[in-house]
Design a protein around this ligand. Structure first.
Ligand SMILES: O=C(O)CCC(=O)C(=O)O
Ligand SMILES: [Fe+2]
Length: 332
């Protein structure tokens, strides 16, 4: 029997912001091309990677490489818009959507992430929360297509996790529904600024150490724009703060487990700590772009595993708590 506890991810996030030590661990690459015919093997590999380090990478999946490249092009165009046009789409906590600039302060570090980001949420998809067609022709249509294609991959993984945890195969898919009225699934474009000629005081990060508050994150990155490090697996459970770099490659999808799936699995899956460090002298100092597809459960979904390791909470309430903690008073 699982002992009930009310672990608070927000409080937990306070203690892990230091440098730690680097220990290179292998991040598994899982080939998704034969998902239908080799589902059992893939499900097994996904479970092993997810319950060990909590991070893995997908190759030969359903999102074409040229589609990812085009999403990055649009992202660069978005961030090149004048600041007042981006600020007109300022982040709204209640929708987890919009633009923020140096506004996200992780409890682990207390310093603002050195980045700007634009989040488009499933719920805001129907609202007027987009750059204009004149500024970015075709952007909205393409983002929706990109979200739908990413969602197909997320659904395959959710089926794997549902089966491994003894739920019906569509259990998580119904609870993470991109088309639901109260969907909270979100796509976030991230732009970490050019660091050429700049120096930062200790304690500053491109993204401070954190866990994601969703169920699964699908992350797209580009070659040469590294810096993502993860602290997970058995070492972390034993209290060792060891960070492993994640090699970025255009076309691969890096997947990690978030807090919601951790709760639904009664801690059998861990939400993995990760961060993005600033470049060091002698490294590539230019800008870094990444794209994250966050699968939060529907607003009204009640998060609780069969063992009731955590008190029941709606995904809407849970997300709002995590947002308030992550943006402090500076959030829009
Ligand atoms: O940019 C990255 O590589 C990671 C971003 C991230 O962890 C996040 O936005 O939650
Ligand atoms: Fe993250």
């Amino acid at each position: 029997m699982v002992v009930a506890h009310d672990q608070d991810e927000n409080a937990y996030e306070g203690g892990i912001g230091g440098d730690g030590v680097i220990a290179v661990k292998k991040i598994e690459k899982i080939d998704m091309s034969s998902f239908d015919s080799c589902r059992k093997e893939i499900r097994q590999r996904v479970w092993e990677a997810a319950s060990d380090i909590g991070f893995f990478q997908l190759v030969n999946h359903l999102v074409p490489k040229d589609m990812i490249a085009k999403m990055f092009d649009y992202s660069e165009q978005f961030f090149s818009l004048p600041m007042e046009k981006k600020q007109a789409l300022a982040y709204k906590k209640e929708f987890n959507a919009g633009f923020e600039y140096l506004a996200q302060i992780r409890p682990s570090t207390g310093t603002p992430d050195q980045k700007e980001s634009f989040t488009m949420s499933g719920r805001a998809m129907t609202r007027d929360f987009w750059p204009s067609e004149d500024d970015l022709p075709g952007f909205k249509e393409f983002v929706i297509k990109f979200m739908r294609t990413s969602y197909k991959v997320a659904k395959q993984l959710f089926e794997c996790f549902a089966e491994s945890l003894g739920f019906e195969p569509d259990f998580f898919n119904l609870l993470h529904d991109l088309d639901a009225e109260d969907s909270q699934i979100a796509l976030r474009l991230l732009h970490y600024h050019d660091c050429t000629g700049r120096t930062f005081a200790p304690g500053y990060w491109r993204a401070g150490a954190h866990t994601d508050w969703d169920s699964l994150t699908l992350l797209y990155q580009r070659e040469g724009q590294g810096g993502l490090e993860v602290c997970g697996g058995k070492a972390a459970l034993e209290g060792k703060v060891e960070w492993s770099p994640v090699e970025p490659r255009l076309g691969d999808i890096t997947v990690n487990i978030g807090d919601m799936l951790k709760r639904w699995s009664d801690d059998r899956l861990k939400s993995t700590w990760h961060r993005v460090r600033l470049p060091r002298e002698g490294e590539y100092m230019g800008p870094r772009y990444s794209i994250a597809f966050f699968t939060q459960a529907n607003y009204s979904a009640v998060i609780q595993g069969p063992g009731k390791a955590y008190p029941a909470i709606t995904a809407g309430e849970f997300q709002l708590q995590r947002i308030n903690n992550s943006y402090g008073t500076r959030g829009a």
